[in-house]
Design a binder for this molecule. Structure first.
Ligand code: C2E
Ligand code: MG
Ligand code: MG
Ligand code: MG
Length: 287
């Protein structure tokens, strides 16, 4: 009797577990199909020079409009892709789309940078730099206009390999940014050790600087430190004018956030670039 109860309990547990994994497997199968049938797309969020207000770069962010479930956020399906073989084709897809779009903007006379997110997985993949180099060649985009965003967790998961991969990427002329800076560990030590080009201060610090004095101190001193080390800084999560004002003292700072624009289509970025260009044209005439 007890053995039977135990068996029932286990099989109930197994069934539940199966349901979960069937769901996961289904979503994974759907993601695989989505990659093959071109059901994913890429949106772009402006990164704005806080002094001039001009768009100097855009970050490519992947989107999935699931046929049955509607839009699924990257926070849900990127981890799924990371735990399967799908993260490489996903990154390849985003990189290819983003570089094709960047080549178009360059051809139109806009000298933007393009930021693309890498997954932690890629930092232990010694073939990544060659793949990135091939993608740049395919679209004839100068390496210096591509910024690859990596997270602190990505670096820490295999620090030695990540070091090799990051150095190789920078050797081909690509820039490397640390994304979500401040949310991981030992930030300072590898800011010193690693040669990186850009630091993105995580939005959890930036969002509250106008009413949390501690966050303000952390953000201000992080920006100062990075700039003093010759590292470009992007403040993430700028949601309102108040935040812009608090950060107005820095000579060279880039902002990203809903205050400027959320992630939008390439066509909407083009419109933004056109209106920035005509605004600067009229201000030149005013002089
Ligand atoms: P992330 O790289 O830190 O990207 C910034 C995220 O913050 C984006 O969310 C963006 O929409 C959101 N965001 C931007 N401005 C604001 C703001 O002012 N306030 C708030 N609350 N949020 C803001 P999204 O697009 O949902 O992406 C979430 C994360 O998913 C990304 O964080 C990145 O880690 C990952 N991800 C997105 N696209 C890709 C991709 O193509 N490849 C990889 N490996 N990961 C990606
Ligand atoms: Mg990012
Ligand atoms: Mg980020
Ligand atoms: Mg993030």
């Amino acid at each position: 009797y007890h053995a039977k109860r135990e068996r029932d309990r286990i099989s109930t547990f197994d069934r539940k577990y199966d349901v979960n994994s069937v769901e996961r497997l289904q979503l994974l199968a759907d993601l695989r199909a989505a990659l093959e049938d071109d059901q994913l797309h890429v949106v772009y969020q402006p990164q704005v020079d806080m002094r001039s207000g001009r768009t100097v770069a855009v970050e490519a962010l992947v989107r999935w409009n699931h046929v049955g479930r509607g839009p699924i956020g990257p926070d849900h399906f990127v981890p799924l892709a990371e735990n399967s073989g799908l993260i490489l084709p996903l990154t390849t897809y985003v990189l290819d789309q983003a570089l094709a779009q960047l080549a178009q903007w360059h051809a139109d006379g806009y000298d933007l940078r393009m930021a693309v997110n890498l997954s932690a997985r890629h930092l232990s993949d010694l073939s990544l730099p060659q793949q990135v180099s091939n993608a740049l060649d395919a679209h004839a985009v100068p390496p210096s206009r591509l910024v690859l965003e990596v997270t602190e967790t990505g670096i820490l998961s295999d620090a030695v390999r990540a070091d090799v991969v990051i150095r190789a990427l920078r050797a081909i002329g690509v820039e490397v940014a640390i994304d979500d800076y401040g949310t991981g560990n030992a930030s300072l030590s590898y800011l010193r050790r690693l040669e990186i080009d850009e630091l993105k201060v995580d939005r959890s610090f930036v969002m509250n600087i106008h009413d949390d004095p501690h966050d303000l101190i952390i953000v201000n001193s992080t920006i100062e430190l990075a700039l003093a080390l010759g590292v470009r800084v992007v403040a993430e999560g700028i949601e309102d004018e108040r935040t812009v004002k608090v950060l107005a003292g820095f000579d060279s700072l880039i902002g990203q956030g809903y205050h400027f624009s959320g992630p939008v289509s390439a066509a909407q970025i083009s419109e933004r670039l056109i209106s920035e260009r005509s605004a600067s044209g009229s201000s030149l005439r005013d002089c």
